[in-house]
Design a protein around this ligand. Structure first.
Ligand code: AMP
Length: 113
């Protein structure tokens, strides 16, 4: 989508520290990490947020979750533990309106957040 920064990263037009990508998803390091491991997983296709997904997106959502596991393994936090976050809507802190999963690891995380 024109003007979407994560669409730009998905297409390669905007540089990012990409961990891996495939036909469906891109995993790249967050530009302002809040943990020793902070990777974002996005679908290549533009979807604004989790509030915008439809039943047709089930396969894409599966790709995202599978990629989250791969991020955890490749960054070495699969066994120590990791936090996944999807901010949905401004009220929840979403600032980039292209669906993304934060994968956070390398420190402890309080619960409730
Ligand atoms: P959220 O607030 O949940 O929408 O998260 C958006 C995240 O995108 C923030 O953690 C930002 O630091 C991150 N971010 C914004 N622009 C970039 C970029 N060009 N490359 C990598 N991460 C980015």
């Amino acid at each position: 989508m024109d003007g979407c920064i994560f669409c730009g990263i998905a297409s390669g037009a905007i540089p990012a520290k990409v961990l891996f990508q495939d036909d469906h998803v891109v995993a790249f390091h967050d530009i302002h990490p809040v943990a020793p491991v902070h990777v974002l997983v996005i679908p290549k296709r533009h979807v604004a947020s989790l509030a915008e997904v439809s039943p047709d997106d089930r396969e894409m959502l599966g790709h995202l979750m599978s990629a989250v596991r791969r991020v955890a393994v490749e960054t070495g936090v699969a066994e120590s533990g990791f936090r996944t976050v999807i901010n949905t809507g401004e009220g929840a802190g979403q600032s980039v309106f292209h669906l993304h999963i934060h994968v956070l690891g390398g420190r402890t995380f309080p619960w409730p957040p």
